[in-house]
Design a protein around this ligand. Structure first.
Ligand SMILES: Cc1cc2nc3c(=O)[nH]c(=O)nc-3n(C[C@H](O)[C@H](O)[C@H](O)COP(=O)(O)OP(=O)(O)OC[C@H]3O[C@@H](n4cnc5c(N)ncnc54)[C@H](O)[C@@H]3O)c2cc1C
Length: 385
C-alpha cells in the first residue's frame, strides 16, 4: 500500500465505479483515507467500459497538458499494479486532403516553442506507411505523429481496478447498490441503509436525475450518445500500431482550434457531407490486446439521445473509416452505444452541492484521458484550503 498521509484520515464515500469514481477512490486512498464506493450496477457498465480505451493526450488543450500527462503516467502505474494490459502506442492523424495537411503544419508551427513539440512530428507519406500497416495509401499525404497516447482495453481495465484498490488500498466496494439519497455526512442506499462519511464525491456520470437534480438545472451539461463497433480479432497477429484518427477528427477536439485553415476544412465537410456534422461523426480506430479493432464514432446530444441505434450512422462511420484506413478484415464482432455527460463550461463539472459533498462529472470524451489527473488535482486543492 502506498499512502501519502496528509492530515487525519477521513471516511470518504464515492458514488459510481466508472473511471471518475475509481480515480477519486485511488487518489483518496493514496492520501490515507478510508474509502467506500457505491455502484448501482453489478459491475461497471457505463461510459467507462464502452469507449476506445484511448488515453488521448494529443486531443487536450494546452491548458490541460500537465494534467493529461500526469493522468497518462498514473494509467501506466495503475496497469502495473493492477495487472491490466496497457500499450504506450502513440497516435497518428492521417491526412488525405490538402486543407488537413495545412492544418497539421499550422498546428506544429503554433507549438514549435511549447514543451508539446517534443512529442510531435509531421510524417510524410512513406514515413506514415512505415508507422502503421493500416493507413489507406490512396491519396495519403502524411500524418501527425504523437508519442503521448496509450491504449487500454476499457472493459477489462476498468473492471479490474476495484479488486486492485480493495487488495492494495483497502477500498470497500458495494456493487448492485444504488445511492438514493445523499446529504452532508451521509449516503443512503436503496436498501435504506445510512452510511456515515466525512467527505462524499458523486461521480454518477450521465444520471442527472437521482442525486442533486437541482445541481444540473441551468448548467451547460447534457448527455451525449456515441455509436461504436468492434471487429473480430484481426488475422495472423496483425497490429494497427498507433491509435488512428483522420482529417475529420481535426474538427472535433479543441486542440486544433487555433489553426487558420480549420475553417476551410470545416466548410468543405459541411458542403460535401452535411450528415457528418448533423450526426457529429469523426472517425478513429484503436486495437485492443485481443487483436480486435475498436471503431467509432458519432455524437448526438440532449433530446437527440434515443434508445434506437439507427443503421445509417454505423454505415457513415464505416464509409469514412474506409477512406483513411485498411484492415485485413472489417467483419464486426460487436456494435454498441455509450452515453456520457458533456459539460461545456469546462473540462469537468465540479460542484460543491452541500458541505463535504461534491458532484464531479461532465468529462465528455475525455474521461479516460483525464480522470486520474483531475482527481489528483482536485484532492490537492481540496486538502490545501
Ligand atoms: C463511446 C465512447 C467512446 C469514448 N472514448 C473515449 C476515449 O477513447 N478516451 C477518453 O478519454 N474518453 C473516452 N470517452 C469518454 C469517457 O468514457 C467518459 O468521459 C468517462 O467514462 C466518464 O466516466 P464517469 O465515471 O463519469 O461515468 P460512467 O462510466 O458512466 O460511470 C458512472 C457510474 O455511476 C453509476 N451511478 C450513477 N448513479 C448512481 C447512483 N445513484 N448510485 C450508484 N451508482 C450510480 C453508474 O452505474 C455508472 O457506473 C468515450 C465515451 C464513450 C461513451
Amino acid at each position: 500500500m502506498v499512502a501519502t498521509q496528509l492530515g487525519a484520515p477521513k471516511r470518504v464515500g464515492i458514488i459510481g465505479a466508472g473511471i471518475a469514481g475509481l480515480a477519486h477512490a485511488w487518489v483518496a486512498a493514496q492520501r490515507g483515507h478510508h474509502v467506500t464506493v457505491f455502484e448501482r450496477s453489478a459491475r461497471s457498465s457505463g461510459a467507462s467500459i464502452r469507449n476506445f480505451g484511448m488515453i488521448w493526450v494529443i486531443g487536450q488543450p494546452d491548458s490541460m497538458q500537465s494534467i493529461a500527462m500526469n493522468s497518462q503516467s498514473m494509467w501506466l502505474q495503475a496497469a502495473k499494479q493492477a495487472g491490466f494490459w496497457i500499450e504506450p502506442c502513440g497516435s497518428l492523424h492521417l491526412v488525405h486532403h490538402d486543407d488537413e495537411w495545412q492544418v497539421l503544419h499550422e498546428y506544429l508551427a503554433e507549438h514549435r516553442h511549447s514543451p508539446r513539440s517534443a512529442h510531435l512530428q509531421l510524417l510524410d507519406r512513406a514515413e506514415t506507411l512505415a508507422k502503421t500497416p493500416a493507413a489507406n495509401p490512396s491519396g495519403l499525404l502524411g500524418s501527425l505523429w504523437s508519442d503521448t497516447e496509450c491504449c487500454v482495453d476499457p472493459t477489462s481495465a476498468v473492471r479490474s481496478i476495484p479488486a486492485w484498490l480493495h487488495r492494495d488500498y483497502g477500498v470497500e466496494f458495494h456493487f448492485s447498490t444504488a445511492a438514493t439519497h445523499v446529504e452532508s455526512g451521509l449516503i443512503r442506499t436503496g436498501e435504506g441503509m445510512n452510511h456515515p462519511f466525512d467527505q462524499i464525491v458523486v461521480c454518477s456520470g450521465d444520471d442527472f436525475a437521482t442525486l442533486f437534480p437541482e445541481a444540473y438545472h441551468g448548467v451547460a451539461i447534457r448527455p451525449c450518445k456515441l455509436h461504436m463497433m468492434r471487429t473480430v480479432e484481426q488475422p495472423h497477429g496483425w497490429r494497427i500500431g498507433p491509435h488512428l484518427a483522420g482529417g475529420l477528427t481535426l474538427r472535433h477536439y479543441p486542440n486544433f482550434k487555433g489553426c487558420p485553415t480549420l475553417a476551410q476544412l470545416q466548410q468543405r465537410i459541411a458542403t460535401q457531407a452535411p450528415e457528418l456534422d448533423r450526426l457529429g461523426i469523426h472517425v478513429m480506430a484503436s486495437q485492443n490486446h485481443l487483436g480486435q479493432v475498436v471503431l467509432g464514432d458519432s455524437h448526438q446530444y440532449g433530446e437527440e439521445v434515443e434508445p434506437f441505434d439507427t443503421c445509417d450512422i454505423d454505415s457513415y462511420i464505416l464509409r469514412e473509416l474506409e477512406k483513411i484506413i485498411c484492415l485485413p478484415t472489417w467483419d464486426l464482432q460487436a456494435r454498441w452505444h455509450g452515453v456520457y455527460a458533456k459539460y461545456t463550461g469546462g473540462l469537468v463539472y465540479e460542484q460543491v452541492v452541500a458541505p463535504g459533498v461534491t458532484v464531479f462529472t461532465g468529462l465528455g470524451g475525455n474521461g479516460m484521458t483525464l480522470s486520474f489527473g483531475l482527481a489528483q488535482d482536485a484532492w490537492e486543492r481540496w486538502e490545501t484550503v
